[in-house]
Design a protein around this ligand. Structure first.
Ligand SMILES: *Cc1c(COP(=O)(O)O)cnc(C)c1O
Length: 416
């Protein structure tokens, strides 16, 4: 592998274990080139919610590939994108009705940020360019999104002076912190475009949960201070937290929502930023002079890729036909009972479960390479990071496969 010309993500390649070579996937299994087979506990960064190689998505992709893989989205639209937009707006709560497609989660968040800032400019309010985002948050790796990630864990210090300045604050978990954030917003609202948060679970920042009422507090604060609320449901969307969208558990509707990760069931890169009518309307104008600059100036080359939209439509078919949320509830119960014993293991400081997310947090993980090796040794694909080991399996995982995963986590912790 040392002669490989692949540059790996998030990896100090000098000291990391060499990557494993994946050769095939099927259901919840990843086959390696050397013949080993691993039970997958991550669903490839939470994308493969129906397991790998689902025949319904594969059929939809084959059909779309033969008919029309892709056309530019400038001036052209197509049935797969139209159908997907119709279905997403129907599934989403409230009047989140205007769907802008992109190809990655980071870009969807960038588009949402752009929408929020231009919303105020188009309404004649200058200077409202800052976001309020939260410690522990993660919204992507591009420059605009790095600037709204957790200030310690993100790239803030490394790229100091390059990143846009935003307000990074603590989540308002109680009345006192809601009042404090309210005071801050009252003083600074003229420079703020929107509040941006991952609802219920801060995922890549450490799988930290918060109660639905935190989202109600944020909706209330946004309304009181006349700010937009953006929910980044790229991780939580499509059932992961137990409801189809996390915001449903709080009974709130954001002004803009971002989706990606499980959108195509783990097959194709696709994302969306979806806005409510008041946001969309701010971009409409028939003014011959100013109209053109009021439009949303964004258009990824592969925007609305027809193959990706066909995969997403097939994925939504599966949510309709098969009881995915029921499966999530069963996974949740099993994770609770089978991870709970980890609490008694040395070094474990917390065990928490929400929907199909199970987290074991340690005081610290010193022997990260040894832990990763021990997990592979147990025949599972699980990627601990920082101080946590987490499971986010496909919703179609069998109870027996899930037991292999939870047992491997318990054993691996005991061996390091
Ligand atoms: C993964 C993730 C992103 C970034 O998505 P990419 O497709 O990796 O750019 C943004 N927000 C959240 C909440 C995510 O989990």
């Amino acid at each position: 592998m040392s002669s490989s010309n692949l540059w790996l993500p998030y990896t100090q390649m000098r000291t990391a274990l060499p990557p494993l070579k994946a050769d095939w996937t099927d259901g919840c299994r990843i086959g390696l080139a050397d013949g080993r087979v691993l039970i997958d506990g991550i669903a490839s960064w939470w994308t493969a919610c129906h397991g790998y190689n689902h025949p319904h998505i594969a059929d939809a992709l084959r059909t779309q590939l033969a008919r029309m893989p892709h056309v530019m989205f400038g001036g052209l639209v197509h049935e797969p994108a139209q159908r997907l937009a119709d279905r997403l707006t129907t599934l989403l709560p409230g009047d989140l009705n205007s769907v802008f497609f992109a190809e990655s989660g980071s870009v969807a968040v960038e588009v949402a940020i752009k929408m929020a800032i231009q919303y105020w400019l188009n309404r004649g309010e200058q200077g409202r360019s800052r976001l309020v985002a939260f410690r522990g948050g993660y919204h992507g790796d591009t420059f605009a999104t790095m600037a709204v990630c957790d200030p310690e864990e993100g790239m803030h210090s490394l790229f100091r002076g390059v990143l846009a300045q935003h307000h990074l604050v603590d989540l308002p978990r109680d009345d006192a912190s809601e009042a404090m954030l309210g005071g801050f917003l009252a003083l600074n609202r003229d420079g703020i475009a929107a509040i941006l948060v991952e609802p219920l679970v801060q995922g890549a920042g450490g799988m930290v949960f918060h109660a639905p009422e935190v989202l109600q507090r944020l909706r209330r604060l946004a309304d009181q201070h006349g700010l937009l609320l953006i929910l980044d449901e790229i991780f939580t969307g499509f059932g992961r937290t137990g409801s189809l969208f996390a915001c449903e558990q709080a009974g709130i509707v954001p002004d803009i929502i971002t989706l990606s990760k499980a959108l195509t069931g783990g097959t194709m890169a696709l994302s969306a930023a979806i806005a409510r009518p008041h946001v969309f309307e701010a971009f409409q104008s028939d003014d011959p002079v100013h109209g053109p600059t009021r439009a949303l100036m964004h258009g990824p080359t592969y925007m609305g890729n027809a193959l990706a939209c066909a995969a997403a439509n097939a994925s939504l078919d599966l949510f309709e036909r098969e009881d995915r949320l029921g499966q999530v509830a069963s996974i949740s119960a099993q994770l609770e009972s089978e991870l709970e014993p980890c609490r008694a293991l040395p070094g474990v400081v917390d065990v928490r479960v929400m929907g199909a997310i199970g987290v074991v947090q340690l005081a610290r993980i010193e022997a990260m390479n040894a832990l990763k090796a021990a997990l592979v040794e147990q025949g599972v694909w699980v990627r601990p990071f920082r101080d946590i080991i987490y499971l986010t399996p496909a919703f179609t995982i069998t109870s027996a496969e899930l037991t292999v995963l939870t047992r491997a986590v318990r054993r691996a912790i005991a061996t390091i």
